[in-house]
Design a protein around this ligand. Structure first.
Ligand code: ZN
Ligand code: FE
Length: 255
């Protein structure tokens, strides 16, 4: 499977997946024209549209793409996604015929309450739940919900490629370094990110294993994160309090 991030809007990525016979899936098309351009340039047939959550920067192009290509739109149960043709829910295995792929669907409340992720075909399609070196803001869910969602993601196979919804890695990394200044895996990742961004290339996808080594929001039980949280008022024995302290510090961080 080919996996390509298509830049869209200000800093979104629409993910394009396709097989060698030219059958394509797009994920979170916030607008249609980058998808149309990519389909035309690569001579692909759009076979399915997958949505992770209801925000307009992730679904804005879905209806137009369906109108042009007739592709089904898979989405979580949420009336704020009226264009959906198929609803998918937690625990479901979404099996597509063309391209022939299977995705495990996980409910991951936090950024929004109905947010889902899709895991399969070597990728994790995670919308605004997990970012490289960061995580989504809590617009609807609680810290406890988001931490539980991230912990479910963390238990997935480490070789999955984390295909997230935004190019936020460099700014996330500046915050991550304030939390774990001695994390050598993080330092290496930031060097790689600087090189990629210097060449105008996407910093993603990275593997889930890399995120587990570098992303403070997946590392609330690491010694350095625990120590940082203690200095920022979170009790030692409460992972949710540590996660909440990290998330609110990041919300106020000027990168
Ligand atoms: Zn969002
Ligand atoms: Fe978004």
């Amino acid at each position: 499977m080919h996996v390509v991030p298509l830049p869209a809007l200000a800093d979104n990525y629409i993910w394009l997946l396709y097989d060698d016979s030219g059958h394509a899936i797009v994920v979170d098309p916030g607008e249609a024209h980058p998808v149309e351009d990519a389909l035309r340039a690569r001579k692909l047939k759009l076979c399915a549209i997958l949505l992770t959550h209801h925000h307009s920067d992730h679904i804005g192009g879905a209806a137009a793409l369906r109108a042009a290509h007739g592709a089904p739109i898979y989405a979580p149960e949420d009336e704020r996604i009226p264009a959906a043709t198929h609803r998918v829910r937690d625990g479901e295995m979404l099996a597509l015929a063309e391209p022939a792929v299977r995705f495990q669907v996980l409910a991951v409340p936090g950024h929004t309450l109905s947010h889902i992720v899709y895991a399969g075909a070597g990728v994790l399609l995670c919308g605004d739940t997990l970012f490289s070196l960061g995580c989504g803001r809590l617009f609807e869910g609680t810290p406890a919900q988001m931490l539980a969602s991230l912990q479910r993601i963390a238990a997935l196979p480490g070789n999955l490629l984390v295909c997230c919804g935004h190019e936020y890695t460099a700014a996330n990394g500046r915050f991550a370094q304030t939390v774990e200044p001695d994390n050598t895996a993080l330092k290496q990742r930031l060097d790689d990110v600087a090189t990629l961004r210097g060449k105008q290339q996407p910093s993603v996808p990275a593997t889930l294993s890399s995120e587990l080594a570098c992303n403070p929001f997946l590392r609330v039980n690491s010694d350095d994160v625990i120590a940082w949280c203690r200095r920022h008022g979170a009790a030692n024995d409460d992972a949710v309090a540590r996660f909440a302290a990290l998330r609110s510090a990041k919300d106020g961080f000027q990168a």
